[in-house]
Design a protein around this ligand. Sequence first.
Ligand code: ATR
Length: 266
Amino acid sequence: MIKMKKYLVIGNPIKHSLSPKLHNYWLKENNIEAIYDKKKLDEKDLQSIISEVKEEKINGINVTVPFKKAVIPFLDELSPEAKDTQSVNTIYFQNGITIGHNTDIAGFELAIKYAKYDISGKKIFILGAGGVSPSIIYSLKKMKASKITISNRTKEKAENLKGLFKELNIIDWGTIPSFDMIINTTSIGLKKDDCINLDYSSIGSNKFFYDVIYNPTETIFLKKAKLFGNKTENGKMMFIYQAHQAFTIWHKLMPIIDDEVIKLIE
Ligand code: ATR
C-alpha cells in the first residue's frame, strides 16, 4: 500500500487559512495521493512538529503568522531567500535534512507581474513591519525599486528591519512620504470596518495601492484609493503564487492557475 503523504499549514490563529482548500484542489486535480491539513499550535510545539518532517511523518509544512521566524532554529538549512529575510513559509525534507524556504518573495513578484506593474525606478511606501514585510522588501529590491520607505506603529520593529536591509528609510507612523506605490502589510482591514488613516486627497491619483489582505476582497484602503483614481490590487494572487511555488517544490509539478483556482480564494 502507498502511504498517503501529509502536508500541513501551521500558525496561530489558523482557522481562516485557505491554504488547505487550494492545495487539496491541486492534489486532486493532479491525482496525487496526499492530504493537506491545518494545525493551530503554540511556539513550544514547533520543535516537535519539525522533527516529524525529519521522520517523514509529515512531508511538508507551510508556516504562517506568527511563526515564520520562530521555526528557523529548528531547521537544518535555509534557502538564501529564507536566510536573507529571516522568514520561512515552506519547509521540506531533502537528502536527510530539513530545509526552510521563503515562497512569499516569489509570490509577491509574480503577483506584481500579474498586475502588469513595473517596479523598477519606483518609490515604494510600506505600511507595517510584521511577518510578511521582509519578503516584500526583498522582492521590491530584486525588482529594482529606487527607494523603499517603511512606517510601523511600533517604530522599533521597522528599525529592526534595517538590520536586514540597511538602505531602508524609516518614518513615523502617520507620516506620508512621496511615493509611486503604497503597500499595506498591516492587519488593518481584516475586519470589515478597519480603516487606515490616510489623507487620500493630498496623495492624489495615479498611484498603485496594494493590499496584502485578500479577505475582504476590497479593504477600505483599496476602496478609497479607487475613488481617488488610483490603481488597486489585493493580495489574492500573491497568496496563490506563494502556494504554487510551495506545491512545485513538494510535488515536482506545476499546478494550473486558472479562473477556477482563482475563484476558490474569493
Ligand atoms: P506580527 O507583528 O506578529 O508579525 P502581523 O500580522 O504580521 O503580525 O503584523 C501585524 C502588523 O499590523 C504590524 O505591523 C502591526 O503594527 P505593530 O508592530 O505596531 O503592532 C500592524 N497593526 C496591527 N493593528 C494595527 C493598528 N490598529 N494600527 C497600526 N498598526 C497596526
